[in-house]
Design a protein around this ligand. Sequence first.
Ligand code: IVH
Length: 676
Amino acid sequence: MSTQENAAARYQELCRLIHHHNYLYHVLDCPEIGDADYDRLFRELQDLEKRFPELATPDSPTRRVGAPPLARFAPAPHAIPMLSLDNAFTEGDLRDFDARVRRALKVTEAIDYFCELKLDGLAVSLRYEDRRLTLGATRGDGSTGETITDNLRTVRAIPLLLHDDAPDLLEARGEVYMNLKEFRALNAQREEDGEPVFANPRNAAAGSLRQLDSAITARRPLTMACYGMGAGAQGRFQRHSQMLETLRAWGFKVNLEYCRKACGVEEVVAFYREVQEKRDQFPFEIDGVVIKVDRLDWQETLGATTHAPRWAIAWKFPPRRAQTRIRAVRLQVGRTGAITPVAELEPVRLSGVTVSNASLHNWDEIARKDIRTGDQVIVERAGDVIPYVVAALPELRNGSEAPIPLPETCPVCGSPAVRLKDEVVPRCQGMDCPARLREALRHFVARDAMDIEGLGGRTIDQLLGQKLVTSVADLYTLQRDTLLQLERMGETLADKLLNAIEASKKRPLSKVLNALGIRHVGAHLARVLAERYRSLEALAQASSDELQAIHEVGPEVAESVTAFFQAPHNRELMERLKQLNVLPEPESNETGSAFSGKTFVFTGTLTLMTRPEAENLVRLHGGRAAGTVSKKTSYVVAGSEAGSKLDKARALNLPILDEAQFMEMLEQAKLQDSTK
Ligand code: IVH
């Protein structure tokens, strides 16, 4: 075969492969290969088209950005196409990019670049008319996306109304993603609920946005950060960085604190290295950095190909994957009895961390990937999330590998393990299973539940081991003498713990509801239910229909809540907790709102809402929001990466709240306001 024929055959093959993987990734949200592998295929195709331009066809994957939109959402044509980015994998690639930019601009001096983090989520476009959000769309194939306005409206980081000085028509673009903390909590909840877990935060974000029912999206902890504009930018700004600052001022979340201006390629390299070093410390998953020419007139001169702008490049990080062997499979029992398999690995270094456990998710996944004990496997780590097994390498088997059987009994208490229809994991049926009780206790005392500080896993294990606690209610009858008998428990510690247990009796309803661990009711739904019912008794009486009238509550949640309150052992538990003064009384309506007359200052990045939204809520409840910290400030609310305002608040000894505490206060205020 001639070189030309070889090239043509490879070209066909690459097109087919890339189309296939595009479809899996963009349409089905179910990629089979990693980004690095996909990028390699894409580059090979690009190179081939460069060398043999006659091969390129109009429908080549290099001529479009993603996959066609799904039929079920209304198409959303983009007036200004949503482009993708070209990739750099090495310092050499980056230097080539810089050389290309300078050549095209005919400049010899160092270029001002703006460096951003490459968020690993989903690109969206938000259209605002008269400052109101009127259309939200996915990227789709770059020229037409899908209309997902209702879903995007549920993302709290997306402003529904922009500030006064925003223009009449504006299209903001950015990434919808999920923070790692929320991603882990969501997966833990899904595991307990017998639902398939998401492999990584990107899939979780994509799966959540692609819901026809926006109530489901609303329950998912999505966030969004802007990195650019479509319509509305023309002629308004000189620099990209200025545009981002203005977007932030108009009410959008922009991760400016993670960005850096870099003068010339050396400073870009320094930024990349720094970010790579800190990769595990970011609250979200990133897969590289994005480098953009800051001057907008230069961006215009450089222009774009059909695929990507010539003024920007994504410098990707190497994938965090490694090969190792599964030594054994351990079964974990969760608080609702869900039994999940965990692979015990031969320890392997994975970008600076030793990995010795990996999630196998459930038996459907095990079957789909044909994973056996003893197999050589590929493990991947996303952020500080527990690594998971991506694939087995069956070609490396020696015959000693063993299938991983579905358990018929609980590995801890021996009760039958039953796998219900529609569920991906079997569940231990033993109500008194020590493993279930252990997890239920850990959940009960957690920070966004009863928040009992000092009651860690080791103390819980001791309390259970000595049968001092057989239900969460027993925590409230613990005596000082009993605690002092525990290993490593001194008087100071015991008193601290007893105080923390006592203090937990005053938690608001939303936290108590979360603590009870009702299936499908996580922190967010607990808040929704608490807002509507205001007492546990009232909620316990609610019918399934009544519950379903709440926007975010579907039949599954409603059934689970009513079943919980009907179950005799739960009724007993409620009764006991009431006798022990644990359940909160409905708040009295005598006093004014906790916010009235108070001045709040917000600093740092909030995750649940934008700063302007938070400030509006303060005003709504009778408080004031200020921009600077002074002696007159009542509370400083510090998000992540809070800076000098937080320092000043500390210096002035002002009360400092984190976002969760602010939300709690807000809840109280809502409660009081609604009972007035
Ligand atoms: S700029 C015309 N900036 O990466 C330029 N993209 O691989 C449009 N992404 O489609 C993109 N973080 O979904 C830009 N700081 C950032 C980004 C970013 C993540 C995503 C975006 C884009 C994809 C390209």
